[in-house]
Design a protein around this ligand. Structure first.
Ligand SMILES: [Zn+2]
Length: 449
């Protein structure tokens, strides 16, 4: 029997369906039709068998997929971490840059204010210069008037000539003889005004220089500003590229997450199916143990005389045979507590099998039901705690309580219960003197002829 494969919920439903159809057919349809229905259902069960076998394979595939996708997800998470690091770095750079830009902006504003202030002061000074100049012009006019007056009242002709021929005030004042005619107060007034004008002019020049300096500074700040703004644009576009990459990776990550969710659901379904299978296995073992514990002989018991137990079991399948699975596990390592025998000379399905030793049938189920995966099966007690089990029969010729002889045909090989094909599943079970039942290697009791 192939306990390694698991069973879907479909199978359970099918079993229930079998039971229900059996009930209904036995009520409404004659026994001949009921048998036919059982045959059909057996075929159905055989079909479900294949599903079960594929179930574990699917689960393995799904688990492989899960591992692959989890690797993918880890990879994508790492990519996102790296991109986030890059974005953080860009954000830091942008923050620093924004600080620089703000301080330059402030600097430009301060400089522009300074220039405005200087312009205001220069305007004031130019105004002052103009005022002083007009004051000077008035004073000069006043002086000239006074000189003319002085001349009228008895000055020399040469003085008038000199005055009239003078092109400007500087020439005029250079003339020593005329200076002596000007009062000391007038001289101080003119000199004072002239000094004022000089002072204002030099202040104006200073401010002019300062303004030029500030304008140069402003220009340099504007250059810096545009460099930083370009850099800021570069950083922003880098950040946008990283953000785009991050979005792409996040999309992929979500896809993989959805795939993983689906796979987890599949995996859960397969695991649940396997769990049901394991429960079935436990139920089967409980059924067999109960039969042997309650009905079976104990090691040390003398076999019943009518068993004709000759102390040596025979190979349970006549003809040419081959083993497709042995005790205690399948080739893939999953447990298998018996040996699986097929015919190599004739078709296995429908060929007979026989009692390995004389004894009493203590369990026989020939109802065509699933029977926890063993299908039609029977157990024979040979005395002295030794028991043999025959499973997946097409049909059994024996019933509980029957006495069988060694080599007696007890049924035909089939594929009822959980199998991947027709074979006889044969087990040997020993009940020790304490009443404990164990499954032992049948090849220690029988050997292929
Ligand atoms: Zn088997």
């Amino acid at each position: 029997m192939s306990l390694k494969t698991d069973k879907s919920i479909k199978k359970r439903l099918a079993c229930i369906a079998v039971a229900l159809i059996c009930v209904f057919t036995s009520m409404a349809i004659p026994p001949a039709s009921a048998e036919k229905t059982v045959e059909e259902l057996n075929n159905e069960i055989a079909k479900i068998e294949q599903d079960i076998q594929e179930n574990q394979e699917k689960l393995d595939e799904v688990e492989d997929d899960i591992r692959t996708n989890e690797d993918k997800l880890n990879d994508l998470n790492n990519q996102i971490d790296k991109i986030n690091d890059q974005i953080d770095l860009l954000d830091e750079s942008i923050d620093i840059l924004n600080g620089d830009i703000n301080s330059i902006q402030n600097n430009i504003e301060v400089t522009a204010n300074d220039i405005d202030e200087i312009n205001l002061r220069r305007e004031e000074i130019l105004l002052q210069i103009a005022e002083t100049e007009s004051l000077m012009a008035e004073t000069e006019e006043m002086l000239l008037a006074r000189i003319r007056e002085n001349y009228m009242s008895g000055g020399t002709g040469s003085t008038l000539e000199l005055l009239l021929s003078s092109e400007d005030m500087a020439t005029f004042f250079a003339r020593k003889e005329l200076l002596t005619r000007v009062s000391e107060e007038d001289t101080r007034l003119i000199t004072g005004l002239s000094e004022d004008i000089n002072e204002l002019n030099s202040l104006n020049a200073e401010l002019e220089a300062k303004k030029t300096e500030l304008e140069e500074k402003e220009e340099s700040l504007n250059t810096q500003m545009s460099t930083l703004t370009e850099k800021q644009d570069d950083l922003e576009s880098s950040k946008q590229i990283q953000q785009g990459k991050k979005n792409d990776v996040t999309d992929k990550q979500n896809e993989v997450k959805y795939i993983l969710e689906d796979l987890d659901k599949d995996s859960d379904a397969y695991k649940a199916a396997i769990k049901r299978k394991e429960k079935e296995r436990e139920a089967l073992e409980a059924q067999i143990e109960a039969a042997i514990k309650q009905e079976g002989s104990i090691a040390g018991d003398e076999p019943d005389e009518e068993y004709n137990n000759d102390g040596k079991m025979m190979w349970p399948v006549p003809g040419s045979t081959r083993l497709t699975a042995t005790y205690p596990s399948y080739s893939d390592g999953s447990p298998h507590w018996g040996i699986d025998i097929v015919r190599t000379d004739v078709t296995t399905k429908g060929s007979p099998f026989r009692a390995a030793q004389g004894g009493e049938v203590i369990l026989a189920l020939n109802d065509g039901n699933w029977n926890y995966g063993f299908g039609n099966y029977c157990i024979i007690d040979h005395g002295d705690g030794k028991h043999t089990l025959y499973a997946h029969a097409q049909t059994l010729y024996v019933s509980k309580g029957d006495i069988v002889q060694k080599g007696e045909e007890i049924g035909r090989i089939g594929d009822t219960g959980n199998t991947t094909g027709p074979h006889l599943h044969f087990e040997v079970r020993i009940k020790n003197s304490n009443g404990d039942v164990s499954r032992v290697n049948p090849l220690n009791y029988v050997s292929k002829p």
